[in-house]
Write a protein that binds this ligand. Structure first.
Ligand code: PLP
Length: 357
């Protein structure tokens, strides 16, 4: 059997969820969209179900997968519905629904609903992705109330730059949000992971942690709460071939690496078809036989090469950690000029094994 696998530590996941609650004192929706950032949405939801205040996903397809697996907790659809025809299912399964656009508001006004909806009314406070314009916000709130089709409204917005700790943009967004909701008495929800971790003064009855649940930092620098996260996924495989090369020999596609001296090379069963980033360059950290080493040359579809020259205890069959408790996914992502969010979401083909249930 191919030795590539992703170990998912559900105990670490619960620790990170509790940390989000502890540092904010707020209710927390665990964001498990995109198959829980590659960690497996159903298993993650089951592991958190007794403690989580609810879950958040990107669309009704993801929400229905949770209900089909028996998850009864509240589930928020972060982009609401894409077509009004989803409304009966939203009602039937008690999903909570973001309203980010006037067309969604109109669809609710026109719908025949058998029960009232819970709506999270989203404001565009400056990110300019989705969300109602501040000038429309009050009226949208009043129209939802007047429709008689809504049981509860939560006021929400989303930060564009909370991962930049010395940037004023988040404060400006809070000011826009506070101005737009003046006079409305409803619960509010603003905070994603970087805001939960780095912006303690932001008020939010509900927080929406995603990446931090999985134990990866959204910041490009050291940060106090990031240091308390526990990595959840360990992506590992084994050395399947070892070779000794003299100086001056190329390694892998394109001869992107040429041995500067006699070297011992290990070939690992892991490649970009597993989601390991193809753009990770020579020097990207790995752990082999318990010792830090580095990637060499280009990542192939199913294999990659690492340096065993100074790891004499490593050989055929040695375990390699690509990321996990020792090699941080955020460091691998940075080396590949991307973010841990993307390398987690890209995981595929690799079987996931769960522990700490
Ligand atoms: C994805 C998402 C989150 C979670 O973001 P993280 O940075 O992973 O914590 C929160 N809110 C909304 C609206 C999202 O789309």
């Amino acid at each position: 059997m191919r030795p590539a696998r992703a170990l998912i530590d559900l105990q670490a996941l619960r620790h990170n969820y509790q940390l989000a609650r502890e540092v904010t004192g707020a209710k927390a929706l665990a964001v498990i969209k995109a198959d829980a950032y590659g960690h497996g949405a159903v298993r993650v939801a089951q592991a958190l179900e007794t403690e989580a205040d609810g879950f958040a996903v990107a669309c009704i397809e993801e929400a229905l997968e949770l209900r089909a697996a028996g998850i009864r907790a509240p589930v928020l659809l972060l982009e609401g519905f894409f077509e009004a025809s989803e409304l009966p299912l939203i009602i039937e399964h008690d999903f909570w629904c973001v309203v980010h656009s006037l067309w969604q508001l109109e669809a609710i006004e026109q719908a025949r609903l058998s029960k009232p909806l819970t709506v999270w009314l989203k404001l565009d406070s400056g990110m300019h992705r989705v969300g109602l314009h501040p000038k429309d916000y009050h009226e949208a709130y009043q129209r939802l109330l007047a429709s008689g089709k809504v049981a509860k409204i939560v006021l929400m917005s989303h930060f564009a730059r909370a991962d930049e700790l010395d940037c004023v943009s988040s404060d400006e967004q809070v000011a826009v949000f506070d101005a737009a909701r003046q006079g409305l008495s409803a619960e509010v929800s603003l905070r994603n992971s970087p805001s939960v971790m780095g912006w303690p003064a932001v008020g939010s009855d509900w927080v929406r942690p995603g990446i931090m649940l999985y134990g990866a930092t959204p910041f490009g620098e050291d940060q106090a709460i990031a240091a308390r996260l526990q990595p959840v996924m360990t992506l590992e495989s084994k050395v399947i071939c070892v070779r000794e090369l003299p100086a001056g020999e190329p390694v892998g596609y394109g001869a992107k690496f040429v041995t500067p001296k006699p070297m011992r090379i290990g070939v690992v069963a892991m490649g970009y078809a597993d989601g390991y980033p193809r753009h990770a360059p020579t020097g990207t950290p790995v752990l082999v036989a318990g010792q830090r080493s580095q990637l060499l040359g280009r990542v192939s579809m199913d294999m990659l090469c690492i340096d065993l020259t100074d790891v004499p205890q490593a050989g055929l069959g040695s375990t390699v950690e690509l990321w996990g408790k020792n090699i941080l996914a955020s460091d691998v992502a940075a080396a590949a000029e991307t973010i841990p969010y993307q390398i987690f979401c890209n995981l595929r083909r690799v079987p996931r094994l769960y522990c700490g249930a």
